[in-house]
Design a protein around this ligand. Structure first.
Ligand SMILES: Cc1ncc(COP(=O)(O)O)c(C=O)c1O
Length: 300
């Protein structure tokens, strides 16, 4: 049975200060955010009724808006409070939380100086980002045609809607070829990230991950770095060239949606699902479920 479309589900969405019936949470077609990509958003997960790293996500939402030159007219504390209330009202324990802020419809054109800033938050049940069976075997990634842009070309530190255009194109191309996702290089041809998750590799017991200088330094990425340190694993953040993937033994993705997902193939390169990947998957699951009290990760 097909899942219910996202525009028509039961319950409420919080929009600009009110809880509105889900199907009524609409925007006008002449909204700047729709035409010019002037929106910022977050993806959060709740586990057992608690939104994991909620405050960090809300702070990043505010920061992304500042990078795009606008201020969200609700404070971090107000957004946190509403998110918690909405999760409870929707009656979900394990769920995905999606706040989005965008420029409205007072002016239409590239300039948007007088446009109001809108904010909505929606919550829905959303189990695994990748198919659970595929996830355990390791997912297969294509090499994306598009690259993460130079920070001098686009505001790469913002979780901004417009930056996802190349992610959707890359993911669609990959899916058409039977892959689960795509690995994107950066503008210099270095390994960057997947279309919605960060990437890690393992070789000789050492974990390697690209330095996030032109893509999102994910909250999950930082959490997993903390968990790896707690386990005593050596972890190196550095430039990684695509040819190096030939020598890496394990690979995994991290992200709020992806959690920790093993990768079995990236283009011509293959990897095994090894102990380090499995241990970090387990630790991450235990952490988000409140069953692990980490030393380093708790500070992240
Ligand atoms: C492009 C991209 N990179 C990385 C991430 C991982 O970020 P986080 O761990 O904060 O969810 C995401 C997910 O939001 C993403 O969309």
């Amino acid at each position: 049975m097909a899942a219910a479309p996202f525009h028509d589900r039961p319950g409420v969405i919080w929009m600009n200060g009110e809880f509105v019936p889900w199907a009524d949470a609409k925007v006008h077609v002449l909204s700047h955010g729709l035409h010019y990509g002037s929106g910022v958003f977050e993806g959060e997960r709740a586990y057992g009724g608690t939104i994991f790293k909620l405050d960090e996500h809300t702070r990043r939402l505010h920061h992304s808006a500042e990078i795009l030159g606008f201020k969200i007219p609700w404070s971090v504390e107000e957004i946190n409070q509403v998110s918690i209330e909405l999760l409870a009202r929707q009656g979900h324990k394990d769920a995905y939380v999606r706040p989005i802020a965008w420029r409205g419809s007072e002016m239409m054109g590239v300039s948007a100086q007088a446009n109001t800033i809108n904010l909505s938050i929606a919550v829905w049940e959303w189990p695994s980002y990748f198919k659970p069976a595929e996830r355990l075997k390791g997912i297969r990634l294509d090499m994306a045609k598009y690259r993460r842009p130079d920070p001098a070309t686009a505001p790469s530190k913002a979780k901004a809607t417009g930056l996802y255009m190349i992610c959707t194109l890359s993911k669609h191309d990959a899916e058409a070829k039977g892959y689960a996702d795509a690995l994107m290089l950066d503008w210099r041809g270095r390994v960057a990230e997947a279309t919605g998750a960060n990437v890690f590799f393992v070789k000789d017991g050492i974990i390697h991950t690209p330095t996030p200088d032109c893509f999102l330094d994910g909250i999950t990425r930082r959490t997993v770095i903390g968990l790896a340190k707690d386990r005593g694993y050596e972890i190196v953040e550095r430039t990684i060239m695509p040819e190096e993937m030939a020598d890496f033994e394990q690979c995994f993705l991290t992200g709020t949606a992806a959690e920790v997902t093993p990768v079995s193939e990236i283009g011509p390169y293959s990897f095994t699902v090894g102990d380090i990947t499995r241990n970090l998957m387990e630790d991450y699951t235990a952490l988000v479920q409140g069953k692990l009290q980490p030393a380093m990760a708790s500070s992240g």
